[in-house]
Design a protein around this ligand. Structure first.
Ligand SMILES: [Zn+2]
Length: 378
């Protein structure tokens, strides 16, 4: 088994500028300039830890390329692609759409390198050159819709890769699991009526986007039943997430029987994250990853491809990333979570009744996958 790895220094050059957290700096309005919350540090440190731990030497490095216009247009409108290019050409940069998603000078090319990196990785997996893989890309993608950049996302990398897999690689049925702490609204909207793409999002209820990702959002038309949302209460930890994986993600994958599993891999459900209020530890990500790799082995020849999304604790995201990637590659390194003792009590956070109630309600949706087709069969 081999694991592919995509990274490029340009991913760290996507310049989100200065801000107060996520508000653009505006001294006359009293908004003090500081580093933007979506800055390179967490990802830079994650890549460095992958290198220094020795894990990089065990991975198959795959060079990214820039996604072509035709590849972007499988998902995005021409107006949106042109908007990102126009903003990127401005000397001071601009915004991808919602006012909270900076586009730095040259970010158009970097965003294409992120989407194209994931395309190259999916291609290597489809050809059997590697078993699975991870793209430590930036900017992130899962909030971007067909025609709008939002939530720090410019292009929806994972959607572009999914459409490429269908169009060029003979992988028809694609499951997208999204465990970023925020709702994968962009991915959901792109595939909402498509029964060949199952999207499952585990996220903090009502966090971002504010009114998005509820259980009732279950797909439409032919895609009815192929969108699943698990809006977890704030404070959900290791036991809660594992319950959601066991009761919803794994049975949904079994029922859907994908040719490929894609993972929108945000680490912002970690207990130290400033952008969400969940309680996962590095070991939580390791355990969840093992569940997904086991499912991929059973269902689709191990084909699991992950794309980096959110994760805003510069000091803890690297250890979550390392735990995830060790598990994906089926190995361990000499580096263990140095904060394990600190997070031990969080890790012991039990499944609370109000969390179980949400998960059990969402689990009812699993039986709707394929229900239309089964009903329609002669
Ligand atoms: Zn997020």
């Amino acid at each position: 088994m081999t694991t592919g790895y995509v990274f490029h220094p340009e991913y760290l050059w996507h310049d989100t500028g200065t801000s107060a957290g996520l508000l653009p700096a505006n001294p006359p309005a009293g908004i003090q300039p500081a580093v933007h919350i979506e800055n390179p540090e967490a990802k830079r440190r994650a890549h460095e830890l992958i290198h220094v731990s020795g894990l990089l030497a065990e991975l198959t490095v795959i060079e990214p390329r820039r996604a072509t216009m035709a590849e972007l247009l499988r998902v995005h409108t021409g107006d949106h692609v042109q908007h990102i290019k126009t903003q990127s050409d401005l000397r001071g940069g601009g915004d991808a759409g919602d006012g909270f998603s900076p586009v730095g000078p040259g970010s158009y090319a970097i965003a294409r390198l992120a989407a194209g990196g994931l395309i190259e990785l999916v291609t290597a997996v489809a050809r059997g050159e590697v078993t699975n893989g991870y793209a430590l890309t930036r900017p992130p993608g899962h909030h971007a819709t067909a025609d709008l950049g939002m939530g720090f996302c410019l292009f929806n990398n994972i959607a572009v890769a999914a459409r490429h897999a269908q169009a060029e690689l003979g992988l028809t049925r694609i499951a997208i699991v999204d465990w970023d702490a925020h709702h994968g609204n962009g991915t959901q909207s792109i595939f909402y009526t498509d029964p060949n793409v199952l999207t499952i999002s585990l996220h903090q209820a009502g966090c971002f986007p504010p009114d998005s990702g509820w259980i009732r959002e279950n797909g439409a038309g032919d895609g009815t039943g192929y969108t699943i949302n698990v809006p977890l209460p704030p404070g959900t930890g290791h036991a809660g997430y594992l319950h959601a994986m066991t009761e919803i993600v794994l049975p949904a994958l079994e029922r859907f029987a994908p040719d490929l599993i894609l993972l929108a891999n945000g680490f912002d459900a970690n207990v130290f994250d400033p952008m969400a209020r969940q309680m996962l530890t590095a070991d939580s990500y390791r355990a969840m990853t093992r569940m997904l790799t086991d499912a991929a082995d059973r269902l689709c020849h191990g084909r699991l491809v992950a794309a980096h999304e959110g994760g805003y604790s510069p000091f803890y995201v690297p250890y979550c990333t390392l735990a995830f990637l060790e598990e994906l590659a089926g190995t361990t390194t000499r580096v263990t979570d140095p904060l394990a003792a600190v997070v031990a009590e969080y890790a012991a956070e039990p499944l609370r009744p109000h969390q179980k109630a949400v998960i059990d309600e969402a689990a009812q949706l699993v039986s709707r996958i394929g229900a239309h087709e089964i009903a329609a069969a002669p």
